[in-house]
Design a protein around this ligand. Structure first.
Ligand SMILES: [Ca+2]
Length: 137
């Protein structure tokens, strides 16, 4: 990973977005084809996420192992909070009214991408399998 830092004070409206900028809309119809195939943390359906939480997945399109956040995680590699997600996040769903930032280093450092309220999608090539911290804004 490159060591370039981004200024986090940049207004969210002008900051780099995650993925291809899917906007607020209803989540796609659940895809049951992938249900229950990836172990104990597999979600019941693609994009399944509790209300008022940020969900992230190890697979694209809301599949694979899921982690759920209320406040974020300063270090995805440690044992505090969900395990097994460091450098593995490929998709997200933001079911909150807040912006969230994804960073390729711990402590909210490094390359930053934003997930706007009520959006979902793949995180995009810049952040795919790169995120090491996540912050609720
Ligand atoms: Ca952690």
């Amino acid at each position: 990973m490159k060591s370039t830092m981004r200024v986090l004070a940049v207004a969210a409206s002008t900051a780099a977005l995650l993925g291809s900028g899917l906007s607020a809309q209803a989540a796609p119809t659940a895809n049951t084809a992938t249900a229950g195939t990836s172990g104990t943390q597999a979600t019941s359906a693609a994009w399944s996420c509790p209300a008022y939480r940020l969900c992230v997945w190890t697979g694209k399109n809301g599949t694979g192992t899921r982690a759920v956040f209320k406040y974020g995680d300063v270090n995805l590699a440690d044992s505090v909070g969900p395990r097994g997600m460091n450098n593995k996040i490929s998709s997200y769903r933001n079911r909150t009214g807040r912006n969230w930032s994804f960073h390729n280093y711990t402590n909210y450092n490094g390359t930053t991408r934003y997930a706007h309220p009520w959006t979902y999608g793949n995180v995009g090539s810049t952040m795919d399998d790169q995120a090491s911290s996540i912050k609720r804004r």
